[in-house]
Write a protein that binds this ligand. Sequence first.
Ligand code: ADP
Ligand code: MG
Length: 702
Amino acid sequence: MRPSVLNPLFASVTSLSGVGPKQDRLFRYLLDRSETPRLVDLLLHLPSNVIDRRARPKIADAVPGTVVTLEVTVERHKPPPPGRSRAPYVVTASDDTGTVLLTFFRAKPDYIEKLLPKGETRYVSGTAQMFDGTLQIVHPDRVVDADGFARLPQIDAVYPLTEGLAVGSIRRAMTQALAKLPDLPEWIAPEVMRRCAFPPFAEALHRVHEPQELTDILPQNPFWSRLAFDELLAGQLALALVRARLRRPAGARHAGDGHLRHRIIDALPYALTTSQQDAAQAIAGDLNQPLRMLRLLQGDVGSGKTVVALLAAAAVAETGKQAALMAPTEILARQHIKTIAPLAERAGMNVAILTGREKGKERRDIVARLANGEIDLVVGTHALIQDDVVFKALALAIVDEQHRFGVRERLALTEKGDAVDVLVLSATPIPRTLVLTYFGDMDISELREKPAGRQPIDTRAIPRSRIKEIVDGLQRALDAGKRAYWICPLVEESEAEGIEHLTNATQRFEMLQKRFGNRVGLVHGQMKGADKDRVMAQFAAGEIQLLVATTVVEVGVDVPQATIMVIENAERFGLAQLHQLRGRIGRGSEASTCLLLYHEPLTEMSAARLKVIRETTDGFRIAEEDLRLRGEGEVLGTRQSGLPGYRIARPEVHAQLIAQARDEAVRIMQDNPTLKGERGEALRCLLYLYERDEAIPLIGAG
Ligand code: ADP
Ligand code: MG
């Protein structure tokens, strides 16, 4: 049960005044939630920047390009001429040094008349511009009368914008939410508070949302850091609670005599790399320990994790027990089964796939065969953790792309057997400091070498203005029988307006189809599973030669014949994502080419990212460069925290806090593993606030 002191923070945002059903949708989008956000979600959405409104010049002294707050008298209103609704509504105002034009586009006339009544004094704040020699403010951020002016903050927090949701609405909601903050018990130990000079939770929230100094919202300052530490501590504590459950009785051994593994290895058309052999051996060692295995297998896309996972499953099958491999998407699950099934079946293992698409009799059949132990290895998606999926003897859970799954899913799968061993596969090489944030103290195997016979990828960055040359080049390549991906960033319709240079996959598909006809296919996230699979299969078979795709191909598509990839708006992608995408080519024996199309002008940061991608294909190096670049880049305004699943903590700023949070979690597990007493209650609050409460049912009885 959630501590009742938290109740006010778990009210939905629609309970705030000014947040109706229409805003509900916008707030969901802003806060990246599928359901109506709660006040706590809003409060933990931290500003990306500040506006300094302390400059209060006369009109004649206003510096163009800066934010100014002017005291003016309203002179004239000039609505757009009839029939020209696109023309701006212009209000002329003045002080004793000059005039300023206040310009509004698509404004309702009544609204402007009320906002700026003729002859009255108003305070107007916004970015000053020079236009034809006259000072102008387009869409002033604030227009207030004398009363409002007295209350106008000197410094305003700014949030990443969402189409249709003005920053003013976010601030108004935030002010109300802050007012509802209850008095919460402190969950951070006093010595940590002192050592890190942390302010209390409520003060930290107030100061980042209502900054008093420009520096108050910097992530390295104590206010943000306190909240980051909270988030990290909640994560570490949840992991520690999971970990504490992971002993198994001595004597339970999960690896067999090796007969199945030998058969698989003998049937492989290639030799395992040294790191694959090492990983397989380490896993077998773990499976034979009386402690449960908790191991991360990291390796670039294409480094050969699947066969290592299969060998782990085979080791378990040798003892008559079962294994399950859970992937985050259906495409990925099917990809795995395609690699696994022929090898496993030749060795005499029974495998099956279970995703949302297996229905009716087919599904019932698989579920029955899992329950009676006939299936040795099942590959699937979330469908695996449905209640009616029961195993006769599940001993090994293999989870691909772990951080896409929450604690709940990870547990749900492991709870389907006794003392289930856990192997996590990650294709996003993570620097060691970060492994801690996701996995806690986990054993790690890395596949650093590429399987033999891989060809290098020639990667180039090209401005989008040269798209015609690229399409011409593509024509030659397709005529020569080659296969290519054309990747477009995902664009939601609501986002599209105002970011005109972003290319929607559908539009690009239509354009390319005009040129290349039915040699082109399209696959995107909104398509049905079966449709996606059909297009993918056509591409794999070569019936389609050019596949236009959103980032759905990021994970798990394996078409070794594809040797060209065009990535549009490459400057919009993060390093890890570019690396993942590019991993789809260079998988066969032919040389490959990756073209990064970018929109000019490039920011320094984007240029640096593209340079890294051009220079190396080593995922571990890319991950390290990524962290370094984030550290160097401007910290403000970067929306992505770089830690999926973490909204506040940033690896480049808070690396030290990660280790401290781990140590603190270890200490808590030693001193108070059942979270009892006042501090225990406070820690439970922490887990709820940062959405790690899934771990609460794991708290031992003590
Ligand atoms: P990952 O899951 O790490 O992205 P996969 O396991 O899908 O990579 O392997 C990619 C491809 O490499 C597969 O086609 C697989 O058969 C092949 N492969 C795996 N190990 C080796 C190896 N040691 N030598 C050659 N090819 C290999
Ligand atoms: Mg794979």
